[in-house]
Design a protein around this ligand. Structure first.
Ligand code: A3D
Length: 320
């Protein structure tokens, strides 16, 4: 059986980390695409030379020619610009929308059967625009944000409870941004919901509220510390988990930005919800009952996404 092919559109900080992870996990051959001449080829060569040491077999190629992504099974898109301190994700809209147009057309022409994972910010709007520009079926285009946001939440919860990260599950809904909705009732340690752990005296509501707030601002905290650019290790790992779910037909239940057609009362938008990812891409949207507070917060998040889509339509009339 031929190796799978993974195309990484954008070979910057996340793109390079994605290539490293995909090669180490022997997920398939890797193509690093970027408009920056030479840089993707340099990263591909450097990573190839890690192969003999780590013992992985994967062909890695760097390119600035869309033809090289032909036939890719998975495309992960990070092309665009990241945030700088003081910038919101939404500040990136105008620049990254143009990038999504070029990338969408490149995917449509070269690998229309691929499963496409978008990471470029502002995420919920860019994944929607990428789907529009590419014309791919909605079940084959998803956004990565929820896996990362819930990983941040899990990390903070595991630290607070002083238990293994492995035993903490967490649940984050809504758009990727300060309006995301972490849900404590569906977050657990080994199946025990967080509200029960509070009753058991493991922590307090105040500490949980602080963790929810820190999770919401988790990306900004890293942007401030790095001083130049945004998080890349955890975002890359999160997208790789989604790609593996598709390539191995694992039917993982993961929070992702998915196209909704009436679920959660939302129609025609990409918003973060739990979905099942398998060989058919997005196989199911998991629709859970939300309490009143979560419903209100979810709506705020949905409204923020809607506003961004209107802004996209204002910039590019082909989207209207
Ligand atoms: P960076 O290291 O700047 O890499 C982006 C790459 O895109 C650069 O190498 C550019 O040359 C390249 N590029 C620009 N325009 C094009 C184009 N038209 N075609 C192909 N390549 C192009 O950024 P990064 O890797 O740190 O971040 C990439 C994106 O991910 C940014 O938009 C971030 O805001 C976003 N991001 C999202 C999350 C989420 O959780 C959704 C988390 C972290 C970063």
């Amino acid at each position: 059986m031929a190796r799978k092919k993974i195309a990484l559109v954008g070979a910057g900080m996340i793109g390079g980390t994605l290539a490293h992870l995909a090669a180490m996990k022997e997920m398939g051959d890797v193509v690093l695409f970027d408009i920056a001449e030479g840089m993707p080829a340099g990263k591909a060569l450097d990573l190839s030379q890690a192969g003999p040491v780590e013992g992985f077999d994967a062909n890695l190629k760097g390119t600035s020619d869309y033809k090289d992504i032909a036939g890719a099974d998975v495309v992960i898109v990070t092309a665009g610009v990241p945030r700088k301190p003081g910038m919101s994700r939404d500040d990136l809209l105008g620049i990254n929308l143009k990038v999504m147009k070029a990338v969408g057309e490149g995917i449509k022409a070269n690998c229309p059967d691929a499963f496409v994972i978008c990471i470029t910010n502002p995420l919920d709007a860019m994944v929607w625009a990428l789907r529009e520009f590419s014309g791919l079926p909605h079940n084959k285009v998803v956004g990565m944000a929820g896996v990362l946001d819930s990983a941040r939440f899990r990390h903070f919860l595991a630290e607070e409870f002083d238990v293994s990260m492995e035993d903490v599950t967490a649940f984050v809904l809504g758009g990727h941004g300060d309006t995301m909705v972490p849900i404590l009732e569906y977050s657990t340690v080994a199946g025990i919901p967080v509200p029960d752990l509070i009753k058991m005296g493991w922590s307090t509501q105040e500490k949980m509220d602080a963790i929810v707030d820190r999770t919401r601002k988790g990306g900004g905290e890293i942007v401030q510390l790095l001083g130049n650019g945004s998080a890349y290790y955890a975002p890359a790992t999160s997208a790789i988990q989604m790609a593996e779910a598709y390539l191995k037909d694992k039917k993982r239940v993961l929070p992702c930005a998915a196209h909704l057609t009436g679920q959660y009362g939302v129609d025609g938008l990409y918003v973060g919800v739990p979905i099942v990812i398998g060989a058919n891409g997005v196989e199911r949207v998991v629709e859970i009952e939300l309490n009143d507070e979560a419903k209100v917060n979810f709506q705020v998040s949905v409204d923020a996404v809607k506003e961004l889509l209107e802004a996209c339509k204002g910039i590019d009339s082909s989207l209207a």
